[in-house]
Design a protein around this ligand. Structure first.
Ligand code: C5P
Length: 247
């Protein structure tokens, strides 16, 4: 077992939710985060917010006690990605991600670069973007189906030393079967009520469905950021998760 996984065991995560901070600036982000606390959720900063606010907001949130997923989806030569992962480790980031299509040498370099940090970030692979269909893949020279590619890139991520992958909750069950219980599956596309609220997400699951399928963590943006009472929604999801895990 990867020793780092024991820091945040899948089955005893206090809360499975990673709230996607899809805001354009620091003021809006901090005003929203004031309604949350580190025992309710983890946080995710993506490209828009990081481009606007950089390292300083990320460190502010970490200093408030939040575990932070830096979702910058690195893809570059091995040395460049390894150095970026080192900076993330020095900042105290909890999860950092990279495209599995960068290949084994890139992922192994990243793994090695953070190996000696006492509190190193989990390294997570991004497989096939959920926005891409078979025709998009063919156009860039990839002739496998999206499902085949997700599985093969997830296996490559694991054998290159990564701690998990970002994937659709619909893929969680099959990935769990092939990759075992200690591999982190971080799944976006979660909706509280799948019948009438999908926004622009196409293949969605509820928190309970995704956890039952094998998700380790649920990335949730709008269902939390646009809720009238975000903390209350998180408490409800955490209660459901605790119930599932104790069943
Ligand atoms: O608002 P919503 O819950 O749809 O937000 C989902 C978050 O997860 C966004 O930050 C989005 O960029 C991210 N994401 C996604 N699908 C992926 C990977 C990341 O929706 N395949």
């Amino acid at each position: 077992m990867n020793p780092l996984i024991t820091d945040y065991p899948v089955s005893t995560a206090p809360t499975p939710v990673i709230v996607a901070l899809d805001f354009a600036n620091e003021n809006d982000t901090l005003a929203f985060v004031r309604q949350l606390s580190p025992d309710l959720c983890q946080l995710k900063i993506g490209k828009e917010l990081f481009t606007a606010t950089g390292r300083s907001l990320a460190e502010k949130l970490i200093n408030q006690g939040f575990k932070l997923f830096l979702d910058l989806k690195y893809l570059d030569i091995p040395n460049t990605v390894a150095q970026a992962c080192k900076v993330a480790a020095e900042m105290g980031v909890w999860i950092v991600d990279m495209h599995a299509s960068g290949g084994r040498r890139m992922m192994e370099a990243a793994t090695e670069a953070v190996a000696n940090y006492s509190q190193r970030p989990h390294l997570i692979g991004v497989t096939v973007l959920t926005s891409m269909e078979a025709a998009d893949l063919r156009e860039i020279g990839l002739n496998q189906s999206p499902e085949e590619l997700v599985l093969s890139w997830a296996k490559l991520s694991q054998s290159s030393g990564l701690d998990g992958v970002v994937c659709s909750a619909q893929e969680a069950r099959i990935l769990r079967q092939h990759l075992g219980n200690d591999f982190l599956l971080v799944t976006p596309g979660i909706r509280l009520n799948t019948a009438n609220n999908s926004d622009d997400q196409r293949r969605i699951m509820t928190p309970a469905e995704a956890l039952t399928a094998g998700s380790s963590y649920l990335v949730m943006g709008r269902p939390i950021t646009q809720a009238a009472h975000p903390a209350a929604v998180l408490r409800e999801i955490n209660a459901q998760a605790a119930q599932l895990l104790s069943a």
